[in-house]
Every structure is written in C-alpha cells, then in structure tokens.
Design a protein around this ligand. Structure first.
Ligand code: SIN
Ligand code: FE
Length: 293
C-alpha cells in the first residue's frame, strides 16, 4: 500500500544530474498524486545552526520562521544580529537545495516554477491548539483564503531535520475522488464576494471560482469528522534525515506529529505541467462543466 503512494528515489545528492529512469518518472509521480520520497536525502545543519533546533527561535506568535527567497525578507523569529543572519542563511541554503532538487528531478518544470515561502518549522505539531479550519492534523488539500491561486499549482518540498523522531503524516484519497465527494455540498460563489474581498484587500488577488471550490473542499474536508476517520487513508512515519515532495493542493494530507522540518513552496502554472489535465483546476472544471478561472 505504501508503495502506491510513495515514489522512492534512490538519490543521495540535492543536485542532479539524476539517472534518466528517475527523471522519467518524477513529474508523472507528482502529477498522479504521489509523494516523491528520498530516504537518503538529509539537510545537514552546520555546527552553529544546531541551536535553532528549538522553538525558542520563534517570535512567540508564529509557528514557523518564514523566508521569501525573492525579497530576502524573513519573519516569525525573535533572533537578532548574528543569530538572525545565521538563521536566514540556513533558510536560504534550504531554498537553494530544494530548487536544485526540483530542477534535477523535473527539468520540464524549471522554467515555469516560481518560489513561494521557505519555512522552518521548529514547533511540535502534536497538541497544538487551533480552530478546526487551521488544524492541519486533519486531512486537507492546501488552499488559503488570503492567497488565491487562480489555478496555479502548489508544489512543496519537505525535509525532516529532527535528530530522532519521525514526522507523521496521513494521506487520503486521490483528488478526483475527494473533489467528487465534496463538490455537491459546496454552494456556488456569490457573484460580489470575489470583488469585495479583493477590494477590502483580504485577498491578495482575485478569488476565482477555482479558489472558491478549493477553499470549499479544504473546509468541508476538515470539518467532516466522519470523512476524516472513514476515508481510505494511510499513515506515514517519515524518518529523520529524509526529504519528500508533493503537490499539496491535490494530495489530501494531515501532519499529526513531528518537530523540526523545512518546507519550500513552489508555484507551477497548469501550463507547465507534463499533463495539465491532471491539475485540480481541470479536474474541477470537468466536474462542474465550465471554466473556473
Ligand atoms: C501541512 O501542509 O498541512 C503541514 C505539513 C507539515 O508541516 O508537515
Ligand atoms: Fe497542508
């Protein structure tokens, strides 16, 4: 069963070139809703970065330290001075390696990928108190009210840097099934909502019908306790020193426990996919029978 959801990669370096066999299967694995899993790909911390393996480096409000590769802005930390420079350098290094990795594995994506945030996650997931909507221990596909994707794919690379403990994920059914399950229960968007949200600057960009349905699936899935417990799913205890990647807008995922991970977000236009028909945008458009952006 684990074999069906994981595409294991026999690689030990972040930079390619990788073998043609690996390159031939990487994009297909991602686009069909699998996790690329590199069990021998750690992110090595430098001696003077080990101090950051503590929630102490957070600012007390944020659960992650976030870095924007395009502007160089880092947020979420109380570190200052030399410490701050070190922390920033660590996140920047992860961004560079994650970019190298995708360039090597999915060369067809390279010219289309745009970086989103780099995040360092030093807080323990288990036992965190949140509203159900923000509770990522419940299965969900990624969709954010303030950040309309307008069809753009969300591709994320993760590395577990915990010295001992796994990061425990659950992965649910394929997007086609989840979408078909929840779509009938999601009301059509009210025509003025998108413009109003944009006008009030609640959303950074126009919320398209695509965003409306993705948020609907995110919310309905998280709120449905019966679905959460009964949908076909598997639990993965992802060991320390490993790296994985998936399209988190289509892979139903939940992070149950774990501490100390890195995550790099990339955005990929549907047109940059090997097969755009496999995007959530096209899947939803087939289900509702009209264009959604
Ligand atoms: C999430 O995207 O839901 C959280 C993943 C993680 O931090 O492992
Ligand atoms: Fe998520």
């Amino acid at each position: 069963m684990a074999m069906e959801i994981l595409e294991s990669l026999d690689i030990t370096a972040w930079q390619g070139p990788f073998s043609p066999e690996i390159v031939a299967k990487a994009a297909d694995a991602l686009e069909t809703g699998k996790l690329l899993y590199a069990p021998q790909l750690p992110f090595e911390l430098l001696e003077d970065e080990r101090q950051f393996l503590s929630p102490e480096c957070l600012d007390g409000k944020s659960k992650n330290v976030s870095f924007r590769p395009d502007s160089g802005v880092m947020k979420g930390t109380r570190c200052q001075g030399v410490e701050r420079d070190r922390l920033l350098n660590m996140l920047q290094r992860y961004y560079t390696l994650a970019s190298d990795l995708l360039d090597g594995l999915c060369p067809g994506y390279s010219q289309h990928l745009r970086p989103g945030f780099t995040s360092f996650r030093p807080a323990e997931i288990a036992g965190r108190v949140t509203s159900w909507r923000h509770d990522d221990t419940r299965l969900h596909v990624d969709a954010f009210p303030s950040r309309p994707m307008q069809g753009l794919r969300i591709l994320r690379v993760f590395t577990n840097v915990n010295p001992r403990m796994p990061r425990v994920w659950r992965v649910g059914e394929k997007f086609e099934q989840a979408a078909a399950h929840f779509l009938p229960g999601i009301k059509s968007p009210r025509p003025w909502t998108a413009s109003l949200l944009y006008w009030l600057r609640i959303a950074k960009g126009r919320r398209t019908e695509y965003d409306h349905y993705m948020l609907g699936i995110h919310d309905h899935m998280k709120a449905d306790q019966q679905y959460q417990s009964q949908v076909s799913q598997m639990q993965l205890a992802i060991p320390p020193g490993t790296t994985w990647a998936c399209f988190t807008d289509s892979v139903s995922h939940a992070a149950l426990s774990g501490q100390f991970a890195f995550e790099q977000t990339f955005y990929l236009p549907v047109s940059g996919m090997k097969d755009p028909a496999r995007s959530p945008l096209r899947v939803l458009e087939r289900l509702v029978g009209r264009a959604l952006t």
